[in-house]
Ligand binder design. Sequence first.
Ligand code: BGC
Length: 494
Amino acid sequence: MEIKYSVIVAVILVPWLKVEGAPQRICFPKHFMFGVGTAAYQIEGAWNVSGKGESIWDHYTHYHPERIFDHSSADVAADSYHQLREDVRLLVELGVQHYRFSISWPRILPMGLSNDVNEDGIRYYGALIDELLAHNIEPMVTMYHFDLPQSLQDLGGWTNPIIADYFLDYARVVFDHFGDRVKVWFTFNEPLSFCHDGYGGLDAPGANSSGFEAYLCGHNVLRAHGYTYRLYQQNYSHLQRGVVGIVLDFAWCEPATTYEGDQRAAEAARQFRFGWFAHPIFSSEGDYPPIMRERIDEISRRQHFPRSRLPTFTAEEVTLIRGSSDFLGLNHYTTYLIAQGNGKIYPQPSFKTDMGVVVTQNQEWPKANSSWLRVVPWGFRRALNYIRQKYNNPPVLVTENGISLERSNRDVRRVGYLASYLSAMYAAMSDGCDVRGYTYWSFIDTFEWTSGFSERFGLYDVDYSSASRKRTPRLSASYFSKLARTRCLPDSWN
Ligand code: BGC
């Protein structure tokens, strides 16, 4: 076991040889890891069984069905809580090297606090981890994928600074129970999404406070992440020998034109949307990106706030957070075009005004089944190269990439998406980007947040009308399985 674990950690930490040239057949390095991903709320169901507490998404879907496209909830979803063995059987069928899933905080700590640990939650994730390891599939675990215990939301959720301490308590519980077997940890999935869309958009908890609470959320998430990373380094890493990172989403931001104002706007957008979390952790100087600091301080002043809406880290916090990630988990799906904004400042705080740009997409780029997702593989290569240049080429694990399509098992377009994005990723690796693994989103169809069950990303179809939530492989599953087994892009589709 020891030896196997050190190989996994080495794959993520030790620099590889450069990928040379552009061979005819695209083959990834021998230790490159291919896997698939999901998140607890999106697939588990069993929302209130065996002592699980309520999460903000349980609460939101139950009290605000009108905010979910098909008025659904994930009370049952794909029922993965009861289908653990079937899911692992399919992962084995796929031949993947790793499976990325998340732990539901309220399944482990029903009220969010570590004085009351739900033994059934420990049993369930322990069984899943054991089943994966028994089949040589590396568990990669996200500690927080959007489903905060509702009891902590009632205290202000991510806007209350005390949450960083509570997250640390939760982290201790998961490291204590699973750290002997889990060697790759992600603290948070997409803080941009859950802070921006949860506190300033339509996601749970539904706070309508863009440009204000969203920044408090980001601030406390970064503190919680920093504390957790240091906790692992101090108390666990010498015993458990794993790695800890964070998952950030980065849609490529391409200038809409060659005009200098648009070039500057695109860089501002990259810094607001990605640098917000990447700069404090991955830049050599740490702290918020200077452009965010300057713009938000200035606009807050002009809006007559006595202090900036973007909170300030203490010097100790800057040091705590800087360098607090062994690798970068990257979620990438699409690309946006960015143009300069009109420069107007409205009295109402908003992230959009602070960022000061106009975001669009080229209508000619092929569309997916999600309004925000268009197929732009070259944006993936650019995003990876930007990370290489800006943050000193950190090891990158692609933790999400995928496409939503109309329900069909002959998902030829998904295979095309995979082939084109994987080729772009290979090109980025040839440019020198240090990419260690790739995770397709999603393994099976999932509950797609405010889009409910209307968007399907899975390699496996889930029949939500059948009691067993029957899973059926799509064409893309057979393509992905060839890829995972050979580490080469398949040249045939069937
Ligand atoms: C999230 C997933 C989601 C996917 C597709 C990511 O933002 O991490 O939970 O299903 O995108 O929308």
